[in-house]
Design a protein around this ligand. Structure first.
Ligand SMILES: Nc1nc2c(ncn2[C@@H]2O[C@H](COP(=O)(O)O[C@H]3[C@@H](O)[C@H](n4cnc5c(=O)[nH]c(N)nc54)O[C@@H]3COP(=O)(O)O)[C@@H](O)[C@H]2O)c(=O)[nH]1
Length: 822
């Protein structure tokens, strides 16, 4: 484990310390055991010495007693000499009762060897005496037998032996200790050092699978167990390190993901500590201050607070403090700040209590709601304004009118409401297209706005209908009437000025209705209806004029509303029926086909003209359903006539198609279905379209017409010459027949212009290889003129008015029969 492992010096090594202790212990043990052994030997030695001396003394005592008793000096000397049996006897004397030696002898000094321990013995000589008695009872003592011993000599061999014993003991223990140490070194110290060295080679911070080898022969002992345990510990360490690094990786990954997430959020996210220091900010937040995340992190919030409005700043600091104190989140729905570029930004802020790195903090999430607010304002504007002209819409207008009405009632100041409807706007829309129509409406709105005062309200109700509310015109009804008419005249006039749209100079007229207010307890919406009624009256009186509302006019409006209501049920109640106007070939006088013309049988009013109800149906959008009914009814009639031999497959029935009907995506399917269901040849059907329908979205119209023509149906262009269409359009259309409008035919004989127009139309048709049918032929002169100009087909009262089905069938029967027999 590298640097963490301590390498002991020799003197600190376990083996040395064990050796040192072993040696000391061996010495002590040896000394104690050997000393004890010497002590025991010494006791034996002393006992043995005493016994020997005693024996010598006892053996010599009798003879010594006799020598004293008999004063036998020779005997005494013999006894004394005889007692020198041991080397260590240094002096023997037999002393009489007077204390005089009878015989005595000392050993020779030469025998007394010097020893290293001589000086240790303080009393080297030991004296032993026994009394010499005359009888065995010892009652009569008359001398002494004295003997002196040299203890050094006496114990000389013992000392040698004891020293040997000691030396042997110590030596033996010492050698044993050394042997034990060698074994200990081999069995413990060496493998321990090996384990320690191996451990040192392992990086504790990254064991990387390295483990300690178990020293050979130690697999089953404590060392093996220790090594195993260390390896188990290393396993745990490695697992811990792996877990730790995995956890660290996961923490880092989570942090990076969190960072990526918050940096890519469009919201401003920042965390402040309790002192107001920004400890975490995301990119959106930093970017708002034109700074990097790193530049802002760690800064005090004053850096950003400087950008806030005074009020917003106080609001935020207060909110932050409250969140910190209450530990509850707070929501600030709106506050403003100025970005470094000086733009005002509206923000929505959510502040939440948080613990950041163990410290109380606050998390703020700011959402830029500037765009949302702008959108809300835009939506609010859209909800109350007309998207085309940006004028107030019906909703807002009624609101303002209501306010003006109330004000007028309070103040007694009268006002006027003007209802404007452009005349024949539909024609412009149909012939020049919707975008031209839209431009016209925008321009008309602009002109109306220019004419009125700033306090007046101009609104668009929809289509070509505009309304103007003019308040505070005065308190005198006559003067106000005059002024209102004058202002209305100005409005009328401004709209009659030519409009220039898409290269066209358009002259547009308008019909206007005026209603003064207050008018009794008339409400705002009733006022609007009154002005509308007056406008309808202006239309009814030939358009291009203005009329002031009178109570009697209300009936006309009621009439129109009633018609709408009646028309809603007319289809279900089977009140519609078709009339058929024959189309004739002037050369052969044969009926070559017919035009199906719709009629409405009103239960009260009787048969109502399509001139009256078709615009209403178109206005209601009901024309699509009714047109489909007409298509099916006409095809069924042809089927019926063919079955009855009244109709040949060379005859063609013309069916009028309204623009709304034609623009339906499902129109093609409706036509094919009606023809298939009836089981008639498609060439028996001719669809009459108008110029306006064609000019609007030409490409799309051509595609549709071709699709239908491929099926076999033919196309006629109706009312040609009355719209804004040009030859270039006509050239591109997949047409079969051109119908000359009855308005040109009507005055053929009297109006040379009309005659020239008809002639031109016929020449154009010839050039484009189109069949021609003249409409509204009532007189022979008209027919003759048309024939002379090459138009042989005609339709008109001259031959027959539109007929009910049974009349038409009778005509078919009789007329074809007559012409065939001719
Ligand atoms: N979208 C649909 N429009 C339809 C349908 N049926 C009719 N119409 C259109 O209504 C307009 C008025 O039609 P109507 O009152 O039927 O008048 C037609 C004829 O009666 C009239 N006519 C025919 N000959 C003469 C005549 O000699 N003199 C005279 N004064 N009038 C005559 O002309 C009308 C036919 O016109 P056109 O369709 O242009 O050929 C009219 O515009 C119809 O188109 C319908 O089902 N759908």
């Amino acid at each position: 484990m590298h640097s963490s492992v301590y390498k002991p010096k020799f003197l600190q090594r376990l083996s040395f310390r064990l050796a040192r202790s072993g040696v000391i212990l061996a010495l002590v043990v040896s000394l104690v055991t050997s000393g004890y052994q010497v002590y025991l030997d010494f006791q034996d030695e002393r006992r043995s010495l005493d016994n020997s001396i005693e024996r010598v003394m006892d053996a010599s005592k009798f003879a010594a007693s006799r020598a004293v008793h008999t004063l036998d000096y020779n005997l005494a000397n013999e006894v004394v000499n005889g007692m020198f049996v041991y080397d260590f006897v240094t002096y023997v004397a037999i002393i009489d009762e007077l204390g005089n030696p009878l015989a005595e002898r000392s050993s020779e000094p030469a025998r007394q060897n010097a020893h290293w321990y001589d000086s240790l013995i303080s009393n080297r000589t030991r004296r032993m005496e026994t009394q010499l008695e005359t009888d065995a009872l010892g009652s009569d003592v008359y001398g002494l037998l004295r003997m002196e011993l040299d203890l050094v000599l006496a114990y000389e061999s013992f000392v040698d032996r004891a020293l040997s014993t000691l030396a042997l003991g110590i030596g033996k223990n010492f050698i044993l200790t050394l042997l034990f140490l060698a074994v200990f070194y081999r069995l413990v110290t060496k493998p321990l050092t090996l384990v320690s060295t191996s451990l040192d080679d392992i990086d504790a911070n990254n064991p990387d699978g390295q483990r300690l080898p178990i020293p050979r022969g130690h697999e089953k002992d404590e060392l093996g167990l220790l090594t195993n345990n260390i390896n188990v510990y290393l396993n745990s360490v490695e697992k811990l390190i792996n877990d730790n690094s995995r956890a660290r990786y996961q923490v880092e990954e989570s942090y990076n993901n969190m960072r990526r997430l918050i940096d890519n959020l469009p919201h401003m996210i920042y965390v402040k500590d309790s002192s107001g220091r920004l400890v975490l900010v995301n990119k959106t937040f930093a970017r708002a201050f034109q700074l990097d995340v790193d530049e802002l992190t760690g800064e005090h919030q004053t850096v950003i607070l400087d950008h806030y409005e005074e009020k917003s700043r106080e609001l935020i600091v207060e909110a932050d403090n409250k969140v910190l104190a209450d530990q509850e989140s707070l929501f600030i729905p709106e506050f403003e700040w100025v970005d470094p570029a000086g733009n005002y930004t509206a923000m929505e802020l959510r502040i939440l209590p948080l613990e950041f790195r163990g410290e109380p903090a606050i998390l703020s999430v700011g959402v830029d709601i500037t765009e949302r607010k702008r959108n809300q304002a835009r939506m609010q504007h859209m909800a109350y304004h007309d998207p085309l002209t940006d004028l107030p819409n019906r909703h807002l207008f009624l609101d303002r009118l209501d306010q003006s009405l109330r004000r007028a009632i309070r103040s007694g100041q009268l006002g006027a409401l003007v209802f404007v409807d452009l005349d024949n706007f539909k024609n412009i829309n149909d012939s020049l297209g919707h975008s031209a129509g839209d431009t016209l409406l925008r321009q008309a709105a602009g002109r109306l706005r220019e004419v009125v005062r700033s306090e007046d309200t101009v609104a668009r109700l929809g289509g070509d209908e505009f309304v103007i509310c003019m308040s505070d015109l005065g308190s005198d009804p006559d003067e106000v009437t005059l002024l209102a008419n004058q202002r209305t005249e100005e409005l009328h006039h401004t709209l009659s000025e030519p409009f220039f749209i898409s290269g066209h100079r358009l002259l547009v007229t308008a019909s206007l209705g005026v209603a003064l207010f207050p008018d009794g307890d008339t409400s705002a919406s009733e006022l609007l209806r009154n002005a509308d009624t007056a406008m309808y009256q202006a239309k009814a009186r030939g358009k291009d004029t203005y009329i002031q509302f009178e109570q009697s006019m209300a009936e006309a409006t009621t009439f129109r509303l009633t018609m709408e209501s009646d028309l809603r049920n007319a289809l279900d109640r089977e009140q519609f029926f078709l009339t058929y106007q024959p189309q004739v070939d002037a050369a052969t006088n044969r009926i070559i086909g017919a035009e199906a013309l719709l009629r409405w049988h009103h239960p009260v009013r009787g048969v109502v003209s399509p001139v009256e109800f078709i615009p209403v149906l178109e206005g209601m959008g009901l024309i699509v359903k009714v047109g489909e009914w007409t298509l099916r009814a006409a095809c069924r009639a042809v089927r019926d006539w063919m079955d009855r031999g009244l109709w040949t497959d060379s005859m063609v029935l013309g069916i009028n198609v309204s623009p709304q009907q034609f623009s339906q995506p499902e129109f093609f399917d409706q036509v094919r279905q009606a023809i298939d269901d009836a089981g008639i040849p498609a060439r028996c059907i001719d669809l009459e379209i108008t110029e306006g329908m064609v000019i609007n979205e030409v490409e799309e119209t051509i595609i549709r017409m071709n699709q239908i023509r491929e099926f076999g149906v033919t196309f006629s262009i109706d009312d040609f010459g009355t719209g804004y269409s040009s030859l270039s359009y006509l050239k591109r259309l997949p047409l079969d027949v051109l119908k000359v409008d009855q308005s040109f035919v009507r005055d053929l004989s009297t109006d040379s212009n009309d005659a020239a127009i008809v002639e031109t139309i016929l020449a154009m048709a010839r050039h484009l290889k189109l069949e021609t049918i003249a409409e509204g032929v009532e007189l022979e002169e008209q027919l003759e003129f048309l024939k002379s100009k090459g138009c042989n087909r005609y339709q008109g009262y001259y031959f027959s008015p539109p007929l009910r089905v049974e009349e038409f069938e009778a005509l078919l029967k009789n007329h074809q029969h007559i012409t065939e027999t001719l």
